[in-house]
Design a protein around this ligand. Structure first.
Ligand code: 0X9
Ligand code: ZN
Length: 509
């Protein structure tokens, strides 16, 4: 059994006091105290569910409890109970608050074992989950009108989200290119959209160059004319120049990579990310700010990264988190993609137990999903920002997650941009997002995406964002929050891109 180090917070960190308390309280090493802790703590989320006649998991009378843990002893006790009962943690174990899903049959025993103060966040989870597997492909993609917001009034299955991407590519071929990121274990293709004003921009540039050429030609013609008729003039400088070819358009815009759906059950991520794509595409040419950003940056947007897991949440179990790759234990499939990235892999805050929901996999990048994004970033060599959208907790997180003592050399710029994004986000609907490093504002977690993109992928502005809410509905965020959540997140992303544009003038092309 591997050991995991959990830094213990005996007081809230300075960061925590600077903000209204985030859902996940800081557990950074305030008094320098480190305690080793057993890592087998994150049981797979398919446990403890009964199936309906079609094999879709039901969660009748299951509760999500928020437990207040105030000492290391209590934390250890909670960990043992969670393991014994195979409970589904909705947040990691830490001193502070821990959200845990408990099946009805275990509630009394759990409360007897864990008599700490607790709040019922969700009294009956099944009330928030559709009674049966949601109908797939309710409305064909071609029938959607993406210019109003009706598409974002509901969550959509994978096929519908893929059709959205396809539809954007077909409707806006000058602006949007379909990008294949790769294939998953179950053979599904992961699609992205690359959005960039290059084609229109290149046409404009070519036009401008032509106009300049014509002007130069006219000038030449007039001096040629004088040369012809002014025999006194023999200056070679007045000879007409050769017509030069228009120069090649500059080819390397800086890129911003955005995706949702690394964790399957966090449905708000793909929904928000498709909305951001739609706004960038439809806003191009009509919204000045968006046009400028889309002209300068190439946005690669991948709505759903963990497509196998996402499909599984639609077809079998709404609470599934990991991907669907086999592990050494046949009845415990799935690697947590966000513990499998190759920077400080398996150095704490992840699990070596294949049955755990935080299983890091047998080696770094063995999970297909992180590997395909990492390869994409390495191949492009021009990615300047990366945002990995998750839920829930309302946090705008910066590197690093693997350990709290490691501070990025670009921390000041990364934090300034992140704080600005959170402020822009809050200005839309008043939602507060705490900003800070993963390790400090939630918990230690190695093998996460933004650590690798920053440290190995060379992506200066790397973030992981936990979207709405703060636990009232958790992963089951109601559909009527998709649009407001999207609107505010778009404001954050636009702020970030604009910050980069202004701060990093050397990256303009
Ligand atoms: O634990 C996670 O992977 C994320 N929280 S979630 O509830 N969505 O599962 C936090 C991600 C932090 N980012 C990294 N560790 N890179
Ligand atoms: Zn997540």
């Amino acid at each position: 059994m591997r050991l995991l180090t959990i830094p213990v917070a005996l007081a809230l960190s300075a960061l925590c006091t600077a903000y209204p308390q985030p859902l996940r309280q800081a557990n950074n090493n305030v008094q320098g105290q480190q305690i080793t802790f057993d890592s087998q703590h994150h049981p797979a989320s398919h446990y403890n569910a009964n199936n309906d006649n079609n094999g879709y998991a039901r969660f009748d009378d299951q509760q999500v409890l928020r437990v207040e843990v105030s000492s290391m002893e209590e934390l250890k006790k909670l960990e043992t109970t969670v393991e014994d009962k195979n409970l589904d943690l909705w947040s990691n174990l830490r001193i502070g608050t821990v959200d845990v899903r408990i099946p009805s049959s275990e509630i009394d025993a759990f409360k007897a074992a864990i008599p700490f103060p607790s709040t019922v966040m969700i009294p009956n989870l099944q009330d928030l989950v559709p009674d049966q597997a949601p109908a797939l492909n309710i409305q064909p993609a071609s029938s959607w009108n993406y210019t109003d917001n009706s598409f974002w009034e509901n969550y959509h299955d994978l096929a519908t989200l893929n059709n959205f991407t396809e539809s954007m590519v077909q409707q806006f071929p000058d602006l949007v290119t379909r990008t294949s990121m790769g294939f998953t274990h179950e053979g599904r293709e992961v699609f992205g959209m690359t959005i960039h004003g290059s084609k229109k921009r290149q046409q404009m540039e070519a036009l401008e160059e032509l106009v300049e050429e014509v002007e130069e030609l006219l000038e030449e013609a007039s001096s040629w004319w004088s040369w012809m008729f002014d025999s006194a003039s023999s200056s070679s400088s007045s000879k007409p120049k050769e017509l030069k070819k228009p120069s090649e358009p500059k080819k390397h815009p800086k890129a911003i990579v955005i995706h949702g759906g690394q964790h399957a059950r966090e449905w708000i991520g793909p929904a928000v990310v498709t909305y951001i794509a739609k706004e960038l595409i439809l806003g191009y040419g009509s919204n000045k700010k968006i046009t400028r950003l889309v002209d300068q940056f190439e946005f690669t947007i991948v709505p759903v990264l963990n497509v196998d897991g996402y499909a599984y949440t639609w077809e079998h179990n709404r609470m599934w988190r990991k991907n669907r790759q086999p592990t050494s234990i046949p009845f415990c499939p799935g690697i947590d993609p966000n513990r499998n990235w190759g920077y400080k892999f398996a150095t704490g805050g992840s699990s070596g137990n294949p049955c755990s929901d935080a299983y890091h996999g047998s080696e770094a990048f063995i999970a297909k999903e992180p590997k395909m994004i990492a390869d994409y970033i390495l191949k492009k060599e021009n990615v300047v920002s990366y945002i990995d959208f998750h839920s829930y907790s309302q946090l705008w997180m910066t590197p690093f997650g693997a350990d709290c003592s490691n501070i990025p050399k670009d921390d000041e710029d990364i934090m300034e941009a992140g704080m600005g994004a959170a402020k822009a986000l809050k200005d839309v609907h008043g939602k507060k997002f705490a900003v800070g490093s993963v390790c400090k504002i939630i918990y230690q977690a190695s093998g996460g995406s933004l650590d690798w993109t920053y440290a190995e992928g060379g992506v200066k502005y790397s973030y992981a964002v936990e979207l709405r809410d703060t636990g009232r509905h958790g992963f089951m965020l109601p559909e009527d929050e998709i649009i407001p959540s999207s609107e505010e997140t778009l404001a954050g992303v636009l702020h970030l891109a604009n910050f980069i544009r202004k701060r990093e003038k050397q990256w303009r092309y």
